[in-house]
Design a protein around this ligand. Structure first.
Ligand code: PEP
Ligand code: MN
Length: 339
């Protein structure tokens, strides 16, 4: 990717001239506008092209360089400042940590009401819950489908929450988007490229989970699929990867936080529940994630975990989650974040 770095004093007219210059060459410009730094990226320019020098010579351009990063729009080279996006009154990727909590699967109105009450009381802005569940066995509960989405929408209206829920296939994106605020792409679908492109075309925030056997490079290239369709509202979610270790369901790759922060401007959320597979481990992993610089947490919570249709052992009880939430505050503040 060829990147033109604008001077701080560059005017809107200067930026417009750079965009036009790229378009006149039959190429597509991408604008990265930050508070401190504005850059214009250009994809598909042959490296030897003299376009780099032409751009560097335009008014308001301080320099132009070729980025060799395999992920372009996701890279910090393209957007040096961290990106963030709004989800209703909340924002993902800003100083205030994003906390998302709720059951693995939507089961009933009463279940969501109990969780909703607690979240409202704590001031947690977003509820999670799967209406479409990606299950390893075809005989396991597959989710309530559209009825589950309706229950989420009810909880949203009743408790003033925003909804995060998973979409499993491209043809369901429109339906899921109607009822939710953030579409989750699950670990098993991280490389479902048709689904990534479809959520990229939909203008809705996306929580992209890392595949359980995916490298960070593959993870970022999946995010690139969404960004390249024009959807800039993407958050990455590390949820544990498969290793030889059997004492935990997955191994939380805590190093993914600083590595991703170095490589990309996208917000990073940690899911300690699927990483641990055990509710007793969730508080420690949550604190570690916040201390490591994560932008938020997505945590499974259930009013009666022993009766949960999925992921009961890793789901926190309501009092357990309340206690964790209280212990998060000082850790968040110690790294300059608010809760
Ligand atoms: C989930 O969030 O309930 C889920 C299925 O997560 P993952 O895709 O990370 O396994
Ligand atoms: Mn789950």
């Amino acid at each position: 990717m060829l990147i033109a770095v604008m001077e701080k004093s560059a005017s809107v007219k200067d930026i417009g001239a750079v965009l036009r210059h790229i378009e006149e060459r039959g190429l597509k410009p991408y604008l990265s506008r930050g508070d401190e730094q504005t850059q214009v990226g250009c994809l598909g320019a042959p490296e030897e092209d003299d376009l780099r020098e032409e751009l560097a010579g335009l008014d308001g351009v301080s320099s132009a360089f070729v980025s060799k990063s395999p992920f372009k729009l996701a890279s910090r080279e393209f957007r040096p400042e961290s990106s963030s996006f709004k989800v209703g009154p909340a924002a993902v990727g800003e100083k205030q940590l994003t906390v998302i909590a709720g059951p693995c699967a939507v089961e009933s109105a009463d279940q969501l009401a109990q969780v909703g009450e607690l979240l409202k009381d704590l001031g947690v802005p977003m509820i999670r819950g799967g209406a479409f569940k990606p299950r390893t066995s075809p005989y396991d509960f597959q989710g309530l489908g559209e009825e589950g989405l309706q229950l989420l929408a009810q909880a949203r209206a009743r408790y003033g929450l925003r909804v995060v829920t998973e979409c499993l296939k491209p043809s369901d994106v429109e339906l899921v988007a109607q009822y939710s605020d953030v579409i989750q792409i699950g670990a098993r679908n991280m490389q479902n490229f048709a689904l990534l492109q479809e959520v990229g075309r939909a203008r809705i925030p996306v929580l992209l989970k890392r595949g359980m056997m995916s490298s960070l490079k593959e993870f970022l290239l999946s995010a690139e699929y969404i960004l390249s369709q024009g959807n800039e509202q993407v958050a990455l979610c590390e949820r544990g990867i498969r290793t030889f270790e059997t004492m935990t369901r997955n191994t939380l790759d805590i190093a993914a936080v600083p590595v991703l922060k170095r490589l990309t401007h996208l917000p990073v959320i940690i899911d300690p529940s699927h990483a641990a597979g055990d509710r007793e481990l969730v508080p420690a992993l949550s604190l570690a994630a916040v201390a490591a610089g994560a932008d938020g947490l997505i945590i499974e919570v259930h009013p009666k975990p022993e009766e949960a249709v999925s992921d009961g052992p890793q789901s926190m009880t309501l009092p357990g989650f309340r206690k964790l939430y209280e212990t998060l505050k000082p850790v968040a503040e110690s790294v300059g974040r608010t809760l």
